[in-house]
Design a protein around this ligand. Structure first.
Ligand code: ADP
Length: 264
């Protein structure tokens, strides 16, 4: 089988319960699956959100803070907690991880972008799984508003990372099976779209507003990520993060979720 370089983006709604506590079953399953992909000879980069939700819970706050500095404090606490958990769980499968936190400036500036790209390739060369997140304690792009910012959300961040490390495949784990022809939360008759080969205005119109409070992006940011993927020449697949077994099929190019590809 062909060995692939795969970026996997996991959202807060996959990693946490509605209370904000870490969904241990999901996290363990994710770590086991990614370790298995490594065992199959693939290279894996994980882009993980969830720091603010996890920090909110760990700081015993009743709800996600509204004030920016408190959100950033929650991100700081939550990021530590998440990495500690990833490090421990991946170690159980004999995998090493490295943390990379990125702000918008890092990808806009040529020198910084080159360093980022070099660091990612050094980690991969050493067989280490890079775990990437936006540096939420410093940048406010993701947590304030997603508009007019370089990164703004981990969907686009993951596509930029995939582009930088010349990945073959980007998988976005969401709280939904893929892109539907309209928002299934409002329209029970919505139909799943399996393949997208061009981001036509019709496709762009299908994306509604941001979904749950725990997620930030909704489908719009996923389509913006797909734009980067299609321009850069790698496939992107949206699938349900609660069905992690799907990852195996996606890597084998089977028809799961929504695949964006120019190579049909
Ligand atoms: P996550 O952070 O888990 O990736 P988001 O909440 O950011 O998830 O985005 C997924 C949500 O986008 C879905 O749960 C759904 O409510 C909403 N959505 C809006 N339009 C669509 C669409 N056309 N197809 C699928 N989901 C849509």
């Amino acid at each position: 089988m062909e060995h692939k370089r795969i970026v996997i983006k996991v959202g807060t709604s996959t990693l946490t319960h509605s209370s904000g506590a870490v969904d241990l079953r999901s996290m363990e399953h994710l770590v086991r699956t990614l370790s298995d992909l490594r065992g199959m000879g693939h290279e894996v980069i994980l882009v993980s959100s969830g720091a603010i939700a996890v920090g909110t819970e760990k700081m015993n706050l009743k709800e996600r803070p509204k004030e920016l500095r408190m959100k950033q404090a929650a991100a700081s606490v939550g990021q530590c907690q998440m990495m500690a958990m990833y490090d421990r769980l991946f170690s159980e499968y004999n995998q090493s991880v490295g943390q990379i936190l990125i702000t918008g400036d890092d990808v806009e500036d040529k020198d910084r972008a080159r360093h980022l790209s070099n660091t990612l390739s050094a980690l991969l060369e050493m067989g280490i799984i890079p775990i990437v997140n936006e540096n939420d304690s410093v940048s406010s792009a993701e947590i304030e508003t997603e508009k007019h910012k370089v990164l703004g959300d981990n969907d686009r961040l993951s596509a930029i990372v995939a582009k930088f490390c010349r990945a073959d495949l980007l998988i976005l784990l969401s709280d939904i099976e893929g892109l539907y022809d309209k928002n299934p939360k409002d329209h029970p008759d919505a139909k799943l779209i399996h393949k997208v080969s061009a981001l036509t205005p019709e496709i762009m119109e299908m994306a509604g507003d941001a979904g749950s409070w725990r997620g930030t992006g909704g489908m719009i940011t996923k389509l913006l990520a797909a734009k980067i993927a299609m321009e850069s020449g790698f496939d992107m697949v949206i699938t349900n993060g609660k069905k992690l077994e799907n990852i195996y099929d996606i890597v084998e190019n089977k028809d799961v979720g929504t695949r964006f590809s120019t190579g049909w």
